[in-house]
Ligand binder design. Structure first.
Ligand SMILES: N[C@@H](CCC(=O)N[C@@H](CS)C(=O)NCC(=O)O)C(=O)O
Length: 206
């Protein structure tokens, strides 16, 4: 059976679990990372030399990097649908996945970390403010895009929506956005309503 190593409190694990649930795959998730440890053991490092979660195991094949895991599962089980087979459609989706990983994630990370993981007395609110200031324009970019498109790419639900939905779950969970963004909220509500969100995007941040 497919195995996903990683605690569900990790945004990157949530991407893999959401995808597997959406595709109706049988899988086992094994807690690792954070308080669960394991990621620094020689056995885990042999699977994932980065000592991070998630790691996917599909038979003899071991894969790390969350967005690549999403791509792999979609390519294997949803070719031509979640994973577009048309080259330009595929790269339309790819760009938003890379944007999540290289632009949104580093921007929003400090606000999440300080507000959720650091005890209040030790919080660096300057880091929080800087993270909010750099992330709000990214949400505006999504709002503008979603005011003209129902989904992030290809005019339909694809793999591109999954990492960004996990990112928006994390951002909305912080409760720091004061701006109303109706198109972004409607897009997120549609994804949240899907059965695959159960015990993934329905969980509070921790
Ligand atoms: N680029 C990697 C980043 C993975 C990553 O940084 N994972 C974090 C959790 S979100 C982690 O494993 N941190 C160490 C830990 O949980 O012990 C990916 O997308 O898979």
């Amino acid at each position: 059976m497919l195995k996903i190593w990683g605690r569900i409190t990790s945004i990157n694990v949530r991407k893999a679990v959401w995808t597997a649930q959406h595709l109706g795959l049988q899988f086992e998730r094994i807690d690792a990372g954070g308080a669960f440890g394991i990621v620094k053991t020689p056995e885990y490092i042999a699977l994932n030399p980065n000592s991070v979660v998630p790691t996917l195991i599909d038979g003899d094949f071991v894969l790390w990097e969350s967005n690549v895991i999403v791509r792999y599962l979609c390519a294997k089980h949803s070719m031509g649908d979640l994973y577009p087979s048309d080259l330009q459609e595929r790269f339309d989706a790819e760009r938003w996945m890379d944007w999540q990983q290289t632009t949104f994630s580093p921007s929003g990370r400090n606000a999440f970390w300080e507000l959720i993981r650091v005890p209040e007395a030790q919080r660096d609110m300057q880091k929080v403010e800087a993270s909010i200031a750099s992330t709000e324009p990214l949400l505006d970019r999504m709002e503008s895009h979603l005011s003209k498109n129902e989904f992030m790419a290809c005019g339909r639900f694809t793999m591109a929506d999954i990492p960004l939905a996990c990112e928006v779950h994390r951002w909305f969970g912080l409760g720091v956005s004061k701006t109303k963004r109706p198109h972004l909220e409607a897009w997120y509500a549609k994804i949240l309503a899907r059965p695959a969100s159960a015990n993934v995007l329905t969980l509070p941040l921790s």
